[in-house]
Design a binder for this molecule. Sequence first.
Ligand code: TEU
Ligand code: CA
Length: 541
Amino acid sequence: TVDKDWWRGAVIYQIYPRSYQDSNGDGIGDLKGIAARLPHVAALGVDAIWISPFFTSPMRDFGYDVSDYEDVDPIFGTLADFDVMTSEAHRLGIKVMIDLVLSHSSDRHPWFAESRSSKNNPKADWYVWTDAKPDGTPPNNWLSIFGGSAWAWDPTRMQYYLHNFLTSQPDMNLHNPEVQDRLLNVVRFWLDRGVDGFRLDTINFYFHDRELRDNPALEPSRRNASTAPAVNPYNFQEHLYDKNRPENLAFLKRFRAVLDEYPAIAAVGEVGDSQRGLEIVGEYTAGDDKMHMCYAFEFLSPDALSPDRVEEVMDDFGAAAPDGWACWAFSNHDVVRHVSRWGNLVADREAFAKQYAALLLTLRGSVCIYQGEELGLTEAELSYQDLQDPYGIQFWPEFKGRDGCRTPMVWDSQMAQGGFSTVKPWLPVPVEHILHAVSVQQGDESSVLEQYRRFLAFRKQYPAFAKGEIAFTEPQDDVLIYTRRHDDETILCVFNMSATEAVATLPEGNWQALTGHGFTSNNYGNKIDIPAWGAYFARLA
Ligand code: TEU
Ligand code: CA
């Protein structure tokens, strides 16, 4: 029997293919490398992997600029390598989700080459083209996330085209049904190859306002902290017209219908929106004709977590999307690793990493873990000379870009380049990461890695974690308390989110401490002594 609901509460492990394992000595990770490392993923105990893009690409945005959606870039291998990797994953009980970047293509995609060649070719309307204003300037005030206007001038067509990201990432025109059909064929292509699901890049950018209305300015008081650099003028606009357009729902319905032609497929849509994020997650996931889940950005922001903040996000989500389903992450390939982002001043970063693992894995929703997170890795400190990310190069030094979280995975402390490659890799392997390589942590019960493994097993044992309701108790200073409940199982979760030992009073009930998950607290009566960055779990008798 197939479990169509496997995605609900699933733990998904994100692999950034350039940086996981190099198999052929060119300094860049590849699909054969991933296949070789799947036993590590299986031993971790996750349900699925999400592999960042490996399609043919000129790599201006390291694969998020696709020039052929139905092939593998030679740097990463071949379609045959993909098939081998997928069957190996399946053999190990791991589902495979791939990252489709359908909102924009590369400017090197043949579709764009044709589209830009004239105003009346068959693909003339496949991208978003428009005339200049009489004074030659772009049609409106829309901005690119990566800096500057979202419009680029094309001297052949003598028109502007829309690009929400790099100029080399022209936005496709999903208002055109032909484009929709072609993209849905891409989806079928990969489903027929046996993938179990998709991570959909920038799903909220699929449609733009056809009238091209200007975005209003955003009052400073409404500027939320976001994952993007504070100096980016993109954050000073209210994004009413360049994304989250109502037409998207009809397209998502078509998309979902294709998925439902296959047995147990799941999709997670990425919704990066610091202004209306949770609302959009609700809009795109509540109902069987939408996405299964959306990837929310609330825990990717620079604001450190506190008990109040965790409760606020969960409450806001419950209010904005009562029937929706979120996928939470603390780290990914776009943001500073959370142990550095939130824990930079923390003396005991390992204890911090372990507690945050427990927290992430007990929130209500599905979860993404980013490669290296299971080792407690910190953000790599890179110099300007090392930078590869165009976004970082653009906003340096106010914003250092995304390379610091994209350095190679560290496997073996005894091998050159941490076992990632036999040559100098595309980004350096940080010396301090070597001390945290898999080979060092494996088998050491006190390590972050073993904590992740133990905790993932613990999570599997109690369905309340994956599927249950969440209810908060008034926090006690830095102590966060909530319960997860499913059927007649109620689990109490207590976290001391501070660097000093605390005493917490448990809510009323006959709580039986759960052991074996890697945290210990001293409990007496209805109180517990909970160590710095500790966690405590108990079950209602
Ligand atoms: O990211 C979407 C997105 O919103 C990013 O701009 C994000 O805000 C930023 O990277 C945070 O630092 C996706 C991919 O995850 C990213 O790697 C791509 O560059 C981007 O889409 C364009 O495809
Ligand atoms: Ca390689």
